[in-house]
Design a binder for this molecule. Sequence first.
Ligand code: MN
Length: 203
Amino acid sequence: MSHTLPSLPYSFDALEPHIDAKTMEIHHDKHHAAYVTNLNKALEGNAELQKLTVEELLTQINKVPDNIRTAVRNNGGGHMNHSMFWKIMKKGGGGEPSGDVGDAIKTAFGTFAEFKTKFNQAATTRFGSGWAWLLVRDGKVVVESTPNQDNPIMDGGKAFFGLDVWEHAYYLKYQNRRPEYIEAWWNVINWSQVAENYAHAKK
Ligand code: MN
């Protein structure tokens, strides 16, 4: 199958003023689109791998042939990461989660504030390009970060929440001020989508 760019579930300016419209347009229409194009290009001629979903490809990234493994890792990761990222944001989001996911966070970190501190630290200290994640690993809810477009699924984790800290995600509005971008981002979280992701991740 051919991988396709999902539509943004809101307009480019929906997340203003926290995330600006121009950043959203370039991020979705150029960066994410390029990951999809390059993933499809890497899989050209490999009928077996073309049958797999991006999740399946990344789960078994070490079985992907050497000559395309890096391209699949980077572009497949980019496709999967951004597909989740758009959905966990919305206009008028933010606040604190309730229900199962809220309880899971409190069980793992004590309080939502403690979780936020730990997540922000992971996002701030990730050197260069990468992502901060909230995920289920070995049955526990934990915070991790990954370089580049890696996703925890590549080594057995199931992410249900994640933040893009590549400069392309914030540089137009925040320049080098990554912590300001991170703080603003909490105002656009779509917690009901995160809850849905968590329900799948904990299975
Ligand atoms: Mn990105």
